[in-house]
Ligand binder design. Structure first.
Ligand code: BTN
Length: 325
């Protein structure tokens, strides 16, 4: 947002009643036409502003878009979202941020979009990204860790989303599906895609991309049986800024603990929240399938299963299906 538009927003936010165009002109030393242009900018960003002649302007409704001006008031982070860029439309927040990361932008940058024209998930799948309803965001970090630990960040993010949703909506039947999905009552509500650039020993950067279905109510045919949103389950429209800021605050807090203590402090959350716990599953690996009973998510982030012959196996990654009998 342009700095004058932002200054006008602040004036409108502080005022409890109408504020006249003339007062705004004086405060900011700009013309009446300029004030009007900036008010129009705010309306384009989704703010509902009432304009009454001889009285002035007042905000009727804040924007629902998770823009930096709304988020920054709610954020307490020091590692995530230290810089934020918002786009009305972008191909993919992950793709954009991975490009920026190559050019050395600072760690902590978060890219948010209202709409993705080519959002993607794991295994080159599309990520359904319609406008005006959901959260699509990507976060850049450059942790000084060995590359083999990086996949744990998908689980850490899942634990952060899970805990946030439990806190905001205690009655919601939320669950974690190892390694990177959040489910509500058997349907997927959020997905996490971690992508990184690394050499054998060092990580250059990691992008953690998260898509969360917040207020979407209609899904395309192929997703109807398998996807859901917060609004579908709570019956109410939810504030995207509030949900996003809460997730970022939680992730930031957990990330700092993870850097020193690893996943151990989060194992209880991960295993209590796991929808796979104690289930018979089939794991799809690159060239084969493995069957087994889920024992637990282990400290290194792998999924421990007990195979039909009684032996245990650690699954480092893979697509899991719960076996239906
Ligand atoms: C999955 O479930 O396979 C992961 C989905 C990740 C989707 C998010 S939306 C924001 C970011 N940008 C993308 O293109 N993908 C991730």
């Amino acid at each position: 947002m342009n700095s004058t538009t932002s200054a006008i927003l602040e004036i409108l936010n502080k005022s409890t009643d109408f504020i006249s165009g003339e007062q705004i002109c004086h405060k900011l030393d700009i013309s009446r036409t300029a004030v009007w242009k900036h008010i129009k900018n705010l309306e384009k960003m989704g703010y509902e502003i009432e304009a009454v002649s001889k009285r002035g302007y007042r905000i009727l409704k804040k924007t629902d878009r998770p823009i930096p001006e709304e988020l920054q008031k709610l954020l307490k982070t020091t590692e995530f979202a230290t810089h934020i860029e918002f786009f009305n439309e972008i191909e993919s927040t992950n793709k954009f941020l991975l490009e920026l990361a190559k050019n050395g932008v600072p760690s902590g940058l978060t890219i948010i979009a209202d709409h993705q024209s080519a959002g993607h998930g794991r295994m080159q799948r599309n990520w359904f990204s319609p406008p005006n309803c959901n959260l699509y965001f990507s976060n850049l970090i450059r942790p000084n860790i060995e590359p083999y630990k990086a996949p744990q960040l998908a689980l850490l993010s899942a634990a952060a989303i899970y805990e946030t949703l439990k806190e905001l909506f205690p009655k919601l039947p939320v669950g974690i599906k190892w390694p990177n999905d959040i489910f509500i009552d058997g349907k997927k509500c959020a997905g996490i895609l971690c992508e990184m650039q690394t050499d054998m020993t060092t990580i250059q950067h990691i992008v953690i991309g998260i898509g969360l279905n917040v207020n979407v109510q209609e899904f395309p045919e192929e997703l109807k049986q398998i996807a859901t949103s917060l609004q579908i389950h709570t019956g109410e429209e939810q504030s995207r800024s509030k949900v996003l800021a809460s997730i970022l605050n939680k992730l930031d807090e957990m990330y700092k603990v993870w850097l020193t203590d690893g996943l151990k402090p989060f194992l209880a959350t991960l295993n209590n929240g796991s929808i796979l716990q104690g289930k018979q599953i089939i794991v799809e690996l690159a060239n084969k399938e493995i069957e087994g009973l889920v024992k637990e998510i282990a400290e290194d982030g792998t999924l421990m299963i007990i195979k039909p012959d009684g032996s245990e196996q650690k699954i480092p990654s893979g697509e899991v299906h719960i076996k239906r009998f």
